[in-house]
Design a protein around this ligand. Structure first.
Ligand code: DCP
Ligand code: MG
Ligand code: MG
Length: 354
């Protein structure tokens, strides 16, 4: 399942200030200071107001709209509460941002409780405990569930049964797919690729031309194929691979080769989980069993083998230059993934910078 709050910031304001209910409300920065819309209530969307629009445009579209300044502390607390409600039904919760998460409920399905019932119960619980509505998508994969939750907002519940993925996806506009932003969609429309079906029926060469190394993934998700598991934050802390050597060694060439091999294993796991990290860690156990770890944080998130190996080898040569030791175990790891907290911090910084 994928669950996402409807008009999150705006709905919290309407909940806490009853005079705002049933009125067009936008949360964001002031129009006189070139603010933008962070969240628009569904009443305001009837006038064409959307997230990320300049506040001055929003006011022009609907002069009677109420502009409210964001209260990030409150939104963060509501987010904590909803994630807790999600975790009451399954520990397998993967938050994507403050207002949405994937929930793996496969193990809860039984003869007398079906996925639609699990989803209805969840919606009811969120409504009664938090006074807010969520939209939920239920499907056999994360990608399809996320699209399903987005197409019947607000207060939606969309169920895509196994085998129904292709008929569900094909008529939808290409924009529903994760990773197709305004720039790519403009390019696609120029090529008369408007629906998911149009995209899915393109030959691979065309897709490679547009999406590069992401083409295979795009082809898969446009056919409803996505095998990535729901990853909880605890599991996210780091991904690593280590090995104990047959013979202790201080040989830089041998150690370097192992570091490259381990970097390959880590890259493979990252790719499978569709994750990238910013911190590369090297762990070394010396002959006397003391453990040293050295780590490096880089500006760009890494995912592929060569990028991970580059940093890990740098850490290795630093260690070898500064110690005269033999080693019995080596490990390479990547951490510093995007979590809902630091995603939100990034979002807040962007907001305040505007
Ligand atoms: N947000 C933001 N700036 C954006 C997009 C979102 O500050 N450009 C914030 C405000 C939103 C919250 O994140 O309330 C959640 O984002 P969503 O994309 O889920 O949008 P909403 O919950 O507001 O609306 P929807 O009902 O479409 O999910
Ligand atoms: Mg939302
Ligand atoms: Mg969201």
């Amino acid at each position: 399942m994928h669950a996402d709050f409807d008009a999150f910031y705006a709905a919290v304001e309407q909940r806490d200030f009853p005079e705002l209910r049933n009125r067009p409300v936008v949360v964001g920065g002031s129009p006189s200071r070139r603010g933008v819309v962070a969240s628009a209530s569904y009443e305001s969307r009837k006038f064409g107001i959307k997230s990320a629009m300049a506040m001055s445009t929003a006011v022009r579209k609907c002069p009677e709209t109420v502009i409210v300044s964001p209260r990030f502390v409150v939104y963060r607390e509501v987010s904590r509460q909803v994630m807790e409600l999600f975790r009451d039904i399954t520990p397998l919760v993967e938050p994507l941002s403050l207002d949405e998460a994937y929930l793996d409920v496969t193990h809860l399905i039984a003869d007398n409780i079906s996925p639609p019932q699990i989803a209805r119960n969840l919606k009811q619980k969120v409504q009664s405990k938090l006074g807010l509505t969520i939209s939920v998508g239920v499907a056999s994969s994360k990608s399809v569930a996320k699209i399903a939750s987005s197409i019947n907002k607000p207060d939606g519940l969309t169920i895509v049964r196994p085998g129904g993925e292709v008929p569900f996806l094909y008529p939808l506009p290409v924009e529903v797919l994760w990773g197709i932003g305004p720039k790519t969609s403009a390019k696609l429309h120029l090529l008369s690729i408007d629906t998911v079906e149009d995209l899915a029926s393109q030959p691979m060469e065309i897709l490679f031309g547009i999406f590069g190394s992401n083409a295979t993934h795009i082809k898969e998700i446009s056919n409803g194929i996505d095998t990535t598991p729901v990853i909880t934050q605890r599991e996210r802390k780091s991904i690593s691979s280590e090995t104990t050597l047959l013979v202790d060694t201080s040989n830089a060439g041998d150690l370097g080769e192992i570091v490259m091999r381990l970097s390959g294993h880590v890259a493979e796991s990252l790719l499978k989980k569709n994750m990238r990290g910013r911190t590369v860690k090297l762990k070394l156990k010396r002959s006397d069993f003391t453990v040293v770890t050295r780590q490096k944080t880089i500006p760009e998130k890494v995912q592929i083998s060569s990028e991970i190996a580059e940093s890990a080898l740098e850490l290795l040569s630093f260690e070898l230059e500064n110690a005269d030791e033999k080693y019995r175990l080596i490990g390479v790891g990547v951490s510093g993934f995007a979590t809902s907290e630091n995603l939100q911090d990034e979002m807040q910084l962007r907001f305040e910078g505007l």
